[in-house]
Write a protein that binds this ligand. Structure first.
Ligand code: MG
Length: 255
């Protein structure tokens, strides 16, 4: 069921989104060679708690998964696509790319945001992957309008990514409604047909999150039941914003 947010909820989500963007950008500044992925997680959690808010992913248990997610931040390095579990012994190295994905609960309402960050100096091809994926998010956001369809977003992202090279567009993971829960309807795929799918309505809140791979679109799931990685071991990037649908198109809440 798609939930249309009330004005009161929107005010809270706007504040939550602003806070989340501030926290995630601060975590981004910590990314450097020699830093462990667990350090990033603990820093994210501390910043969220200092604000009086709650990390949304910590102890979240997706349907069908045995163990709840053990951290606040998802940290996915190189061929890891999303939902990488932070570890003390996992140390970032010069040339890596690292996706940081964070959810925040402010006054009972959720926002969601992600970005992929270079670790020191990265290769030109990695730089391009990050740039194209970030632009794909922008293109998806710009496709949002009241009266449009969810398929318009996926179509825009897919067309853009295909025009920029042979990138694999991850299909089994997607954006989603967000707000009262971290994952709500509708499912917002990063590919599709314009004019199809759920209707985009005023005061819906959704997370748009393209994941682009340097090679195949296929991904595998690790034994930990969380970490998705590319099937061919090539790198992957991920950018995400939570947006509000308004009469004037999308308003980015996580900025
Ligand atoms: Mg998300």
């Amino acid at each position: 069921m798609i939930i249309i947010k009330t004005d009161e909820e929107i005010a809270i989500l706007r504040e939550g989104g602003k806070r989340l963007a501030r926290v995630l950008n601060a975590v981004k500044e910590k990314v450097a060679p020699g830093v462990s992925t667990k350090e990033l997680d603990l820093y994210a959690e501390k910043l969220i708690r200092d604000l009086g808010d709650t990390p949304a992913f910590l102890n979240y248990r997706p349907a069908g998964v045995k163990k709840p997610y053990p951290a606040s931040l998802c940290v996915s390095v190189n061929d890891e696509v999303v939902h990488g579990i932070p570890k003390k012994e996992k140390i970032l190295e010069e040339g890596d790319i690292v996706s940081i994905d964070l959810g925040l609960n402010h006054k009972g309402l959720f926002t969601d945001m992600a970005m992929t960050v270079p670790v020191g100096k990265i290769s030109a091809s990695s730089e391009k992957l990050l740039k194209i994926t970030e632009q794909a998010l922008e293109v998806g956001i710009n496709a949002v309008q009241v009266g449009g369809r969810v398929g318009d977003i996926g179509f825009a992202i897919e067309s853009f990514a295909k025009s920029k090279g042979k990138y694999g567009i991850v299909e089994i993971l997607a954006g989603h409604g967000v707000g009262r829960a971290i994952h709500e309807d509708p499912f917002v795929p990063n590919f599709g047909k314009a004019g199809t799918g759920a209707l985009l309505q005023k005061n819906m809140v959704i997370a748009i999150e393209p994941m682009l791979n340097m090679g195949t679109k296929n991904v595998t799931l690790d034994k930990d039941q969380y970490t998705y990685r590319t099937a061919d071991g090539k790198r992957s990037a991920h950018f995400e914003h939570t947006i509000l649908i308004t009469e004037n198109g999308a308003e980015i809440l996580t900025k």
